[in-house]
Design a protein around this ligand. Structure first.
Ligand SMILES: Cc1cc2nc3c(=O)[nH]c(=O)nc-3n(C[C@H](O)[C@H](O)[C@H](O)COP(=O)(O)OP(=O)(O)OC[C@H]3O[C@@H](n4cnc5c(N)ncnc54)[C@H](O)[C@@H]3O)c2cc1C
Length: 406
């Protein structure tokens, strides 16, 4: 039986918190969704990418979100590996090799901001979701059968709300995780990544909508996003001690872009930013009635587009368990299984794969580079190997592996 009196408290209306709230409410569970951004400022967020892999699209479809974001995104079945040093296409992978594995044999390039905008519209009209914008979570206490969360409204007033569970979807700086003293184990790369947004059609030069470009000196990622105007994001490595102002100066940005592709004139740069990359996983994803999901539980390099995807997979995994508990179909021990499944995937799949992706792009040893490229080429050209490669890259394997963890 579903307990309508005590909502699940979800902290953070990023893509993970919103998906969790919608999955719970659609199964009849009430939710209080706490978000520190105000209604007026909600869409005023730093742009972050959003390569949405097939299992994530299946999850969006389950809550009715896919049909809202598909028209705002770009269906991209193919991605490329390039060798910048030799100016050569190394391998082209096509999601069509997954046509028997998923309803969505492609990625949807749709930025995080569009996803949260559409999901927030759905949450606001959902009668079982109490959306509390402009509200910041402060701390919580838990007993054997519930939680009390202390929150601050925009005007600074505090109040306490009562719930059955508290789920931190607050992102990497999770206050719930810090209150619980759960260690965020891992490391931070000393160098930052430079993201430049350019209004230019790189397809004219043979690139796909998603490109991973290896180079011993200056690797890149190149991704296409729907406009208007259409934007391509180009990522470059930087050195740890480089001055951020110099790195993002117009001359430096044009210099980087023209070294990458010289058309004899300047590019139309639409924006740029530097970001720090962490590889960290929380030591625990559960402490009694408190649970961690998404970036609150794990953060990783964006090479491979896995952070938001794996966070959304956490949300649906946890939603199914909270729904089963509420319906009396499972006891609370399933929440420990949530931790076992999603923590192992975060370490052995997401973190391992994104670290491997970075190593392939910035490998300097010519023999290893050649070997990496030969393997990629072989994988792309052999249909059996291509499907195996794509099952891993698309995160379908990570979902199947999680199911096998008891
Ligand atoms: C440059 C870049 C590119 C990326 N590209 C990709 C990609 O292509 N694919 C991919 O899968 N991932 C990508 N990622 C990672 C992705 O953006 C994150 O993994 C994802 O946004 C995490 O979602 P989340 O909902 O867990 O947390 P967030 O998106 O960080 O959302 C957390 C929310 O919680 C709110 N909040 C925080 N603290 C409180 C509090 N105390 N009280 C109330 N509210 C609070 C915040 O305001 C925010 O709205 C990229 C990241 C970067 C930096």
């Amino acid at each position: 039986m579903i307990n309508k009196a005590r909502p699940v408290i979800v902290v953070g209306a990023g893509p993970v918190g919103l998906c969790l709230a919608l999955a719970l409410s659609q199964a009849g569970l009430p939710v209080v969704l706490i978000e520190s951004a105000t209604d007026a400022g909600f869409l005023d967020q730093v742009p972050r990418a959003g390569t949405n892999h097939p299992p994530t699209l299946e999850m969006f479809d389950r809550i009715g979100l896919y049909e809202k974001i598909e028209p705002r995104g770009l269906v991209a079945p193919v991605f490329h590996y390039w060798d910048r040093a030799d100016q050569q296409l190394v391998a082209a992978f096509d999601h069509i090799s997954l046509k028997d594995d998923t309803k969505f044999p492609y990625v949807l390039q749709c930025e995080r901001i569009k996803i949260v905008e559409e999901a927030m519209k759905m949450a606001k009209v959902d009668p079982l979701i109490d959306v509390m914008l402009g509200t910041t979570f402060l701390s919580f206490e838990q007993t054997a059968d519930g939680v009390d969360a202390k929150i601050a409204a925009e005007d600074g007033t505090h109040r306490v709300i009562d719930g059955s569970y508290i789920v931190s979807a607050e992102g990497a700086r999770s206050a719930v995780r810090r209150q619980l003293g759960i260690e965020f184990e891992g490391f931070t790369y000393p160098d930052r990544t430079l993201n430049i947004e350019v209004a230019y059609d790189f397809k004219k030069h043979g690139y796909a909508d998603r490109n991973y470009i290896s180079d011993p000196g200056e690797w890149s990622n190149l991704f296409h996003w729907v406009g208007p105007p259409d934007i391509w994001r180009v990522h470059f490595p930087t050195k740890p001690d480089e001055d951020p102002e110099k790195l993002t100066s117009p001359a430096e940005l044009q210099g980087r872009l023209r070294r990458f592709l010289d058309m004899g004139s300047d590019f139309e740069v639409r924006g740029s930013n530097l970001y720090t990359v962490h590889q960290r996983v929380a030591a625990k994803f559960r402490a009694g009635r408190a649970l961690l999901v998404g970036d609150a539980a794990h953060v990783n390099s964006p090479i491979g587009g896995m952070g938001m995807n794996s966070g959304i997979h956490d949300a649906f995994n946890l939603a199914d368990k909270l729904i089963a508990i509420a319906r009396g179909e499972a006891d609370e021990s399933v929440l420990d299984r949530y931790e076992r499944q999603r923590r192992q995937i975060a370490i052995e799949h997401t973190q391992a794969q994104t670290m491997r992706n970075k190593r392939i792009l910035n490998e300097t040893d010519p023999v290893i580079r050649r070997k990496n490229h030969d393997e990629l080429k072989k994988s792309a050209e052999d249909p059996v190997l291509a499907r195996q490669f794509m099952l891993r890259a698309s995160l379908i394997n990570s979902i199947r592996e999680a199911e096998a963890i008891l």
